[in-house]
Design a protein around this ligand. Sequence first.
Ligand code: BEZ
Length: 388
Amino acid sequence: MSHRIARTTLTALALACVATFAQAQQGKLKVGLMLPYSGTYTALGVAIENGFKLAVEEKGGKLGGREIEYVKVDDESDPAKATDNVNKLIKRDNVDVIIGTVHSGVAMAMAKAAKESGTVLIVPNAGADAVTGPMCAQNIFRSSFSNWQPAYAMGEVAAKQGKKTAMTITWKYAAGDESVAGFKEGFEKGGGKVVKSLTVPFPNVEFQALLTEIAAAKPDAVYSFFAGGGAVKFVKDYAAAGLNKNIPLYGPGFLTDGTLDAQGDAAQGMLTTLHYADGLNTPRDTAFRTAYAKAFKLQPDVYAVQGYDAAQMLAVGLAATKGDITKKAEFAAAIEKAKIDSPRGSFTMSKSHNPVQDIYLRKVEGKENKLVNVAVKGLADPARGCRM
Ligand code: BEZ
């Protein structure tokens, strides 16, 4: 070995030692998981945590060279408690990054606190359009979807299927309102008309009176946003009222994702749109599903994928900053230019930090949301109101 090569090798070794030493000095990375561990969205929160931890384990238990310490808060999907809960993580526990949450109303309070404090926030579900719209910020990212994305795609699909009139029914909060607005935009652009919009307060599941109203009005189709326990009850009630025989029930895929065991026959044949599907049959998705099933003795769903990808995005940012999450500009730049190798299919980030992704049309067959086709390729949220 010549002297010059030996010197270069030694310099590289020394630099690697300095980097390792610097990462060790930073200590563990404190990750705040603010998710629902009680209430109608419990299963969603658990799947997100499972997916996140699986990705971390696959990276040897470290991100950016740092071990992870988890701090968990049950947000109960309660917007009234959201500011207190997120401030516990930011001010009391001094977390480095927050992963959360499922419910759009809670997520908006979290985004406000993250924007004010500068703490990095990765949203692994809640689709609140505002988070990557008017509230967008350098330190706020989403690994999931905006409420507009799957809803708009379903509107296009329903119009293409020749449906002329639709009624909508949802929980009355940001996710339901925005999902209905997205569907209406896609459906009416394609020549359809939303004739009536019905709501129930979150998380109520008393649907009977509204189902009677739908039966009397006889629209060509019904579009509905519910998820978790509420979706199970709604789809079963819709079928029990006999409505599924004559009026197809459409929705974003949350209506049937992670819920089919409980919905059984009531969901068969339903069409939904989402950024994930069963039967993608790609090597990436198959590897993920095998690893998830082995680790948790459960089949993954869209929520597990979103948690997994939140960890993948965090890993990209931390790799670029050698574990130093306070380097906000470098952290953000790395995620902005990354292609995230997701089980759903790889995706990039929009300028407002929301995934630009394919939206699949799926059909319920047995216990699967089987891929039918790509409803809209590379769909980006319009990010209305984002100035960044
Ligand atoms: C939301 O509140 O944004 C939401 C909750 C469950 C599933 C999808 C979206």
